[in-house]
Ligand binder design. Structure first.
Ligand code: 5GP
Length: 180
């Protein structure tokens, strides 16, 4: 794929290459391997966007671990707040476990904030967050992002699992918008 990518009515330009991404993932995977050794963490992958990042990250995790997948859907009428999300698919006990939530991108942080509250209600021993991207200028929450690949400007990005209007997930590189 070239350095620009047209998706529907928008033009995107290549921003983070597959090599950049894989190298950042290697760094956080080795941190996870060191810090969580002996804890048998449960990775919780937030679908849809995190599926590619989670796959690459978890393949580089060499300690014993379990993997679960959730989808967060807004309750109808509450979408504008972004704070209340229904969790679909979380059918394992997290009591006493070390949990690592894997998210594609943290923007305001509202989505993850709501989800982390629900995870904490399940009495885990520890909760960590792994994210591929963070937009610090948009982030409104206080929770730590323990394993982060990149901080990026407050601009819309696609690729590597992230979509624009359903398209664009199937790229190994990350693109950012040119004509906002
Ligand atoms: P937050 O609740 O942190 O504001 O938003 C998180 C969710 O918004 C992400 O999981 C993702 O689905 C979506 N999102 C935020 N910024 C972007 C972006 O730049 N590109 C894409 N494709 N999705 C984004």
């Amino acid at each position: 794929m070239s350095d620009t990518w047209v998706i529907r009515d928008k033009v995107f330009t290549k921003y983070l290459t597959a090599d950049d991404i894989q190298s950042a993932i290697r760094t956080i995977a080795s941190k996870i391997n060191q810090e969580l050794d002996g804890q048998v963490p449960v990775f919780i992958v937030v679908l849809n966007g995190a599926f590619i990042f989670a796959s690459d990250l978890i393949k580089k995790v060499k300690i014993d671990c379990e993997i679960a997948f959730v989808k967060l859907s807004s309750y109808s009428g509450m979408e504008s707040t972004g704070t209340i999300k229904e969790v679909i698919g979380l059918d394992i006990s997290l009591k006493g476990r070390t949990v690592v939530v894997i998210e594609d991108i943290v923007d305001t942080g509202l989505t993850l904030h709501g989800f982390l509250k629900q995870i904490n209600d399940m009495e885990p021993a520890a909760v960590k967050v792994a994210a591929c991207l963070l937009k610090p200028d948009a982030f409104r929450m206080k929770f730590p992002i323990d394993y982060l690949c990149f901080s990026i400007p407050n601009e819309f990005v696609v690729g590597y699992g992230l979509d624009y209007d359903g398209l664009g997930r199937n790229s190994s590189d990350i693109y950012k918008i040119l004509n906002g």
